[in-house]
Design a protein around this ligand. Structure first.
Ligand code: BGC
Length: 248
């Protein structure tokens, strides 16, 4: 049984848990630290070090799911984190702070990978678009299970506004939208995505899916929509899987 520590940085908390990467199950409790404000590389790395220390039983590389474009271990954007991240090599930073090798990847790609492997997208062929509705809107696109990384569809402009400024879970709270009003906005986003990409299936993840029974039935798109099966832990699971697959 291969186990890896998966870490996922969200708008309010960083979470870490040990994952059996052969079946995607969490085999430890998930520990958390508040996301530092500002979320600079140094402060985030210090929090990650504490999270690694919470799980001494799990040695080997760690996976770190992070909310920016990541190419070759380097963060390229910083929509909801400190701008000092741009150009920062996250893999090296975490190695320096923890002594552990690190698979560093986009958070929505991590969550999507977990859902495709172990959750709502398991065994699904064709094109699947997984969307994470949280502080921003994260996207991950798969064709026959293969990821096209860093799709960043949360920044697509819809009615002159970036999708994530129109319909993220943060916007729902900030603008005190009721479920009907928010679902309408999410539907506008899904409609724009559908016109461009024609996915065969949508999978929606993020903490807000705890309320799926309330808003899920209100969502409409050109293809079926499923809630994520791993719910709020998809990012942690996907990060751990990524660390293992890097041969780390
Ligand atoms: C970022 C993405 C991220 C998403 C969800 C967006 O603002 O640009 O990289 O996946 O938020 O956290």
């Amino acid at each position: 049984m291969t186990r890896r520590l998966g870490i996922d940085l969200g708008g309010s908390a960083i979470k870490a848990g040990v994952v059996d990467v052969t079946d995607g199950t969490l085999v430890s409790e998930v520990t958390t630290r508040p996301t530092p404000q500002p979320a600079t590389p140094e402060l985030v790395a210090a929090a990650v070090s504490e999270l690694v220390a919470d799980h001494p039983e799990c040695t080997g590389a760690v996976g770190f799911a992070f909310p920016s474009v990541v190419t070759f271990g380097v963060a390229r954007t910083a929509a909801n984190v400190d701008h000092a991240w741009i150009g920062c090599n996250g893999s090296q930073l975490i190695l320096q702070h923890t002594g552990r090798r690190c698979g560093f990847l986009n958070d929505a790609d991590a969550a999507g990978m977990a859902e495709m492997r172990f959750g709502a997208g398991r065994g699904v062929k064709g094109t699947v678009l997984t969307l994470t509705l949280g502080t921003g809107i994260g996207s991950a696109m798969f064709t026959d299970g293969l990821l096209w990384p860093n799709t960043e569809l949360g920044h697509l402009e819809i009615q002159g506004v970036e999708a994530e400024h129109h319909a993220s879970a943060r916007v729902r709270s900030a603008e005190h939208l009721d479920w009907d009003a928010w679902a309408l906005r999410v539907n506008e986003v899904l409609d724009a995505y559908h016109k461009l990409l024609w996915p065969d299936l949508y999978i929606i993840s993020g903490g807000v899916t705890e309320n799926w029974e309330i808003f899920g039935p209100k969502l409409r798109a050109g293809s079926p929509i499923r809630p994520a099966a791993l719910r709020q832990h998809a990012g942690v699971v996907g990060a751990a899987v990524y660390a293992a697959e890097q041969g780390e």
